[in-house]
Write a protein that binds this ligand. Structure first.
Ligand code: ZN
Length: 564
């Protein structure tokens, strides 16, 4: 049983024990005893879980220290029990203790053995494996939340433990699977060998799947409230557009990319353009310095401009955000999480909140864990007056639970899709009761759309966090990099243009997405909206005229599916 964390592996195993001990298919016990083997740190935990779920109906025997004689005696007592209703039918014991007292446990039959953290049995040569193998039991469950590693022999050991024979002996396995699969994977493998390797791997997987179950936390999503995800393209303001074009003209970042490798200067070009997309205030200092790319650009700013005020109308995305917040505030009691890659952008959010008198909290990467927990708890409390939670996408991290909010705005796209996924999971998670709205803002036709396009293609690829520079280099060919630096004007959405979409005619969606599509479907299969009429979210509809040019939206699932 290789289910992901949080799907209740322990409960399922307890239910299995109870069923076999008390009420098998023909309503009489199928087994009289079960053994749970686990790391010593989990013995107490298993004891409590059995107590919690079976509510004292079964009194398990947990071996947790004691002299050798005392343990031997207890185990002998356990093994001697036989019959329909033995007093203490579940033994919970650590791997170490099991190994040391295996002789006693080998005296007689046991109906079921469950090995928690079962990847400890990846080596069939070690003593613990040997001791457990010799236990006289035909029903064997091995629990592991750790995905099985790529080592084929480890695979063999684990499968062999629960289902001896389905993969043959170790020698058979080596000859039949390991050698051809490894040969096929060799960099110099002939096409024939490669094909044979693939075939053997498929065969192995289908054999193993007869005794392996692996479910991911995706299956929980249908028990959550509906999530409406919206990718919102926002028009650059005339100021942003002027600055953007001047930068491209002065720096010519596309021409820098001679070797196809990304240089320091193109990285700083990317940063400059991304900041400009967020708000011209973020590059104002460069204009004041007359820095490369922004020479003479100060004159584009309105007369008397200074960065002390927030001026949302100077950035398309900021203006849309301002509307989204105002509409949410005035039409609901919803709270909002704001996410950005840049702390400078979070500073702008703070200014906006002050001007609009929104109460907010901000999570900082430097905060102690204790302080973080306090802030999160305060925000999630229904009585808290805080309206907004600000988060840097890097500081976001796993585990942060912000279910007090049900709307989340991702103000800029991250290179790494995993970071954006992480951010969305802060609100749409276990415990959330309201419909969730996700807004992913992109500046139309700019580098942000290109980053986003890249992201959706590579969704499956990068689950690990890599630093920005490596990521850019790995994910883009030189041609694609050049494309990063082209501004596509006169479009409602560069991303939609690229689909050559047949469901839309003259900017109107004439055919709905195919049945069964959801937020995990390709963006080309989402709802395509070039006007506010097609939206499902009244808040976004009210913000449309601010600067929205196009929206992709999709639902996670239909409401009814949530009812069990
Ligand atoms: Zn379309």
């Amino acid at each position: 049983m290789a289910d992901e964390m949080g799907l209740g592996k322990t409960l399922q195993c307890i239910a299995l024990m109870w069923t076999l001990l008390r009420q098998s298919p023909d309503c009489k016990p199928e087994i009289d005893k079960a053994v749970v083997v686990c790391p010593s740190s989990l013995v107490k935990n298993w004891y409590h879980e059995v107590g919690k779920w079976l509510q004292g109906r079964i009194q398990p025997l947990a071996i947790d220290g004691g002299s050798k004689e005392a343990i031997d005696q207890k185990l002998a007592g356990f093994m001697q029990q036989r019959g329909l209703r033995v007093p203490s039918p579940i033994l919970i014991i650590s791997y170490e203790t099991f190994r040391l007292h295996a002789d006693v446990l080998h005296q007689g039959l046991v109906g079921l053995v469950i090995c928690d953290e079962g990847h400890r049995l990846k080596n069939s040569e070690n003593q613990t494996y040997q001791a457990l193998s010799r236990l006289q039991t035909v029903r064997r469950v091995l629990i592991s939340g750790t995905p099985i590693q790529n080592d084929l022999l480890e695979y063999f050991s684990l499968v062999h433990f629960v289902s001896a024979g389905i993969l043959g002996t170790a020698q058979d396995f080596k000859k039949r699977f390991e050698i051809p699969i490894l040969k096929g994977r060799d960099a110099d493998a002939s096409p024939a060998n490669r094909e044979r390797g693939e075939e053997k791997l498929k065969e192995l997987i289908s054999l193993v799947n007869r005794c392996l179950i692996r479910r991911t936390s995706d299956i929980l999503s249908k028990y959550l409230p509906v999530k409406i995800e919206q990718v919102v393209c926002c028009r650059l303001t005339p100021l942003q557009s002027e600055l953007y074009k001047r930068f491209l003209k002065q720096v010519k970042p596309a021409e820098e990319l001679t070797s196809g490798r990304i240089s320091v200067s193109s990285l700083s070009s990317i940063t400059a353009l991304k900041k400009l997309c967020n708000h011209p205030a973020l590059i104002h200092d460069k204009c004041v310095e007359d820095a490369d790319g922004f020479q003479g650009a100060l004159s584009f700013f309105p007369p008397g401009y200074n960065t002390k005020s927030v001026e949302p109308q100077l950035s398309g995305k900021m203006l849309v955000l301002d509307y989204i917040l105002a509409m949410t505030r005035s039409t609901s009691s919803d709270k909002v999480v704001l996410v950005s890659n840049y702390t400078q952008t979070l500073d702008l959010f703070e200014k906006l909140c002050r001007v609009r008198r929104y109460l907010f909290v901000r999570l900082d990467g430097t905060m102690s864990i204790k302080k973080r927990a306090k802030i999160v708890e305060r925000f999630n409390s229904p009585t808290s007056p805080d309206f907004i939670f600000m988060l840097s996408s890097k500081a976001g991290g796993c585990g942060l639970n912000l279910i007090g909010a049900n709307r989340l705005v991702m103000f800029d796209p991250d290179w790494n899709p995993a970071n954006d996924e992480q951010a969305m999971a802060r609100v749409w998670r276990d415990g959330q009761k309201r419909t969730c709205f996700i807004y992913r803002l992109l500046s139309t036709g700019t580098i942000e759309e290109k980053i986003f396009q890249r992201q959706t293609h590579k969704k499956a690829l990068s689950s690990c966090v890599v630093d920005e520079e490596q990521d850019v280099e790995r994910h883009f060919s030189s041609g694609e990099l050049r494309e990063l630096f082209t501004l596509t004007e006169d479009t409602a959405s560069d991303t939609h243009d690229r689909f050559k979409c047949r469901r839309c005619v003259n900017g109107h969606q004439v055919r709905p997405p195919p049945a069964g599509t959801d937020c995990t479907s390709d963006l080309s299969q989402w709802h395509h909206c070039a006007e506010k009429r097609g939206l499902q979210d009244p808040v976004l509809a009210a913000a449309w005229d601010a600067a929205v040019t196009f929206t992709f939206h999709q639902r996670s699932h239909d409401e009814q599916r949530g009812i069990v």
